[in-house]
Design a protein around this ligand. Structure first.
Ligand code: ATP
Ligand code: MG
Length: 186
């Protein structure tokens, strides 16, 4: 499929969900759409799932639920707005954009100790809120251009304490902290 065709498809998605958005870039192709967009001069991320992609639809439902809860947490890209389902897309949402590149794209780990501390605090704050399994891997963490800060940009795999046995939740929290040390921190 050529670039023009893909761009046209993205613009159709935007038209269906919120025609006031301006298309900038497609972060991710596939049945979960992740688009960089502009709204009233500010960059945001539009994320939605194709209506027939069950896993993606559930994933985004969970992400919305967690983002609602995690409104006051620092170090994540907050929910800006939820949209109604459209004919072809479910659970569309507008999220904050965080400038940088994912650890996976850069193929690096986080070296800066301040950035490490901040991210660990974000994970611990989410745990205190009752959210674990943060799918801590390079593609879900964006590093700032100066490499001194990082942001968790995807909550779709998260588990809520209210849906888990508390002993299991303790184990899930340990898994997250292990993932940080094993895969994210240099
Ligand atoms: N809020 C954001 N700010 C900056 N970049 C973002 C943001 N959200 C997503 N991205 C970019 O888009 C990519 C995919 O986003 P996201 O992880 O939310 O989707 P996904 O469907 O879970 O994709 P994947 O399976 O690759 O993790 C990220 O790796 C990142 O490069
Ligand atoms: Mg992701």
């Amino acid at each position: 499929m050529n670039e023009n065709y893909m761009e046209k498809r993205c613009m159709e998605i935007i038209r269906e969900i919120d025609p006031s958005l301006k298309y900038m870039e497609e972060f991710k192709m596939g049945s979960v759409k992740v688009l960089k967009v502009e709204k009233e001069g500010t960059i945001h991320v539009l994320k939605t799932a194709q209506f027939d992609y069950e896993w993606g639809v559930d994933h985004l439902k969970q992400e919305r639920k967690i983002l609602d809860l995690a409104n006051g947490i620092r170090g994540i890209t907050h929910l800006v707005q939820n949209y109604r389902d459209t004919e072809n897309y479910k659970n569309p949402m507008l999220k904050e954009f965080y400038e940088g590149q994912s650890l996976r794209e850069l193929n690096v780990k986080i070296q800066d100790t301040n950035a490490q501390k901040k991210l660990e605090n974000t994970v611990r704050d989410l745990h205190s809120l009752g959210v674990a399994i943060l799918d801590i891997q390079g593609r879900n963490i964006v590093l700032s251009p100066d490499k001194q800060d990082a942001c968790l940009i995807d909550m779709g795999c998260g588990k809520l304490l209210q849906d888990t046995h508390s002993s299991e939740f303790e184990r899930l929290k340990e898994d997250d902290l292990h993932d940080l040390e094993a895969y994210i921190f240099e």
